[in-house]
Design a protein around this ligand. Structure first.
Ligand code: CP
Length: 334
C-alpha cells in the first residue's frame, strides 16, 4: 500500500535524504551500501562465506593484513561491531589499536579531525569509525589519506551490519534473493541498520516491507523502494524474514510513541505474529535487544531466531571488508 503523509505527521529528525548519490568507487573505503552494485555485494558476501569456513574450521590466524595498521575509532558505544572488527583484524595479522572518545583528548576539546590526524600520523592505513553524526566517515575521506570504514554513522548507514544481515539471509534463503520478502519492523526513521539493509536488499531484488507507528516512518521512504504496512500482522503475513529494530526510550520521551508497553503490544514481534510468516522464515535483530519490547524473549531464543548467526557472520564480513579495503590502501601506498 502507499504511505500517505499528512501535514500533522512529524518527520523524524535525521531521517536523511532520499536521493541517489554516486557510488563510492574507491575500494579503500566502505561508506555505505547505497549505490553498491550487486556484483560488488555478492563478491563481499562470497569472500565473507569463505572466511567463515576458515573461522569455523579452527582458530584462523593468517598474515593477510601483516604490516597493515588499523585504528578502531569509536566515538559512540558498541559491543558487536567493535569486538568483531578487533577479532577480524587480529586473526588477519593486522597491527591494530582501538580508540574510544571516553578517556581521550576529545574530552579536552580536541576536534574529531585533529584527533584522527594525530592517530593516522602514527602510521595507520585504515580507520574504522563509528560516530553519532551522519556523514563523519565521508568527511574523513576528504581529509585523511587512509582507508575509511564506516562502523555506523548516526542515522545514515551501517554497511558491515547490512552485509552480515544479507549474508545471514542468503544462508536462510538457500542463496535465492528473488521473490523473497522481508519485513523490517521498528524505528525505521532513526535506523542506520534499516537503511543499509534496505539499500543492499533492494539491489539484490528482495521485496522490503517496513512497519512502524507513523511517527517512526520517514516521509518518502517509498523512494528507497520499500512498501509501508500499517500493521505488523500485515507486514509479516507470508514474509520470508522479519528484522526487529531496537526501540529507544528517547522515542517515548520525544512523544513519538505513547509508551514502551503499548509499543510492545501493538508492534512487538511475538510468537503468534511470527506464525504468520512462511515456513522456514527467520527472525533477525541487529542487537542490542530490548527483550519484551520490540521482540519477545521466546522469539529471540526460539527456533526461528538467527540472531547469533548474525553475530557470527559479523566477524567473517569484517574480515572480507578489511581485506578489500587493505588491499586497495596498500596499492595506493606502493
Ligand atoms: N548491531 C550493532 O551495531 O551493535 P553494536 O552497537 O553493539 O556494535
Amino acid at each position: 500500500m502507499t504511505h500517505e503523509p499528512h501535514s500533522a505527521q512529524p518527520t523524524p529528525t535525521g531521517a536523511g535524504f532520499f536521493y541517489p548519490r554516486p557510488a563510492e568507487s574507491d575500494d579503500r573505503h566502505l561508506l555505505g551500501l547505497e549505490g553498491m552494485p550487486a556484483a560488488a555485494l555478492i563478491e563481499l558476501l562470497d569472500a565473507a562465506a569463505r572466511y567463515r569456513e576458515r573461522l569455523r574450521a579452527g582458530r584462523m590466524m593468517s598474515d593477510e593484513l601483516r604490516g597493515v595498521g588499523v585504528c578502531n575509532a569509536f566515538f559512540e558505544d558498541s559491543t558487536r561491531t567493535r569486538v568483531s572488527f578487533e577479532l577480524a583484524e587480529r586473526r588477519m595479522g593486522a597491527v591494530t589499536v582501538s580508540f574510544s572518545s571516553a578517556g581521550s583528548s576529545v574530552s579536552k576539546g580536541e576536534t574529531l579531525l585533529d584527533t584522527l590526524r594525530t592517530i593516522t600520523a602514527m602510521g595507520v592505513d585504515l580507520v574504522v569509525v563509528r560516530h553519532r553524526s551522519a556523514g563523519v566517515p565521508s568527511y574523513l575521506t576528504g581529509h585523511l589519506d587512509v582507508g575509511v570504514i564506516n562502523a555506523g554513522d548516526g542515522e545514515h548507514e551501517h554497511p558491515t551490519q547490512g552485509l552480515l544481515d544479507i549474508l545471514t539471509l542468503r544462508d536462510a534463503w538457500r542463496g535465492r534473493f528473488e521473490r523473497r520478502r522481508i519485513a523490517i519492523v521498528g524505528d525505521i526513521g532513526h535506523s542506520r541498520v534499516a537503511r543499509s539493509a534496505i539499500f543492499g536488499l533492494r539491489t539484490l531484488g528482495v521485496e522490503v516491507v517496513v512497519a512502524a507507528p507513523a511517527t517512526l516512518i520517514p516521509v518518502g521512504v517509498e523512494e528507497l523502494g520499500c512498501t509501508v504496512a500499517t500493521t505488523v500482522d500485515e507486514a509479516l503475513e507470508g514474509a520470508d524474514a522479519v528484522m526487529a529494530l531496537r526501540i529507544q526510550r528517547e522515542r517515548m520521551e520525544a512523544g513519538l510513541i505513547p509508551t514502551l508497553g503499548e509499543y510492545a503490544r501493538v508492534w512487538g514481534i511475538s510468537a503468534e505474529r511470527v506464525g504468520r510468516m512462511r515456513p522456514g522464515a527467520v527472525v533477525m535483530h541487529p542487537g542490542p535487544m530490548n527483550r519484551g519490547i520490540e521482540i519477545s524473549p521466546e522469539v529471540a531464543d526460539g527456533d526461528y531466531s538467527v540472531i547469533f548467526d548474525q553475530v557470527e557472520n559479523g566477524v567473517a564480513v569484517r574480515c572480507a571488508v578489511l581485506a578489500r579495503c587493505a588491499a586497495a590502501a596498500m596499492r595506493e601506498v606502493r
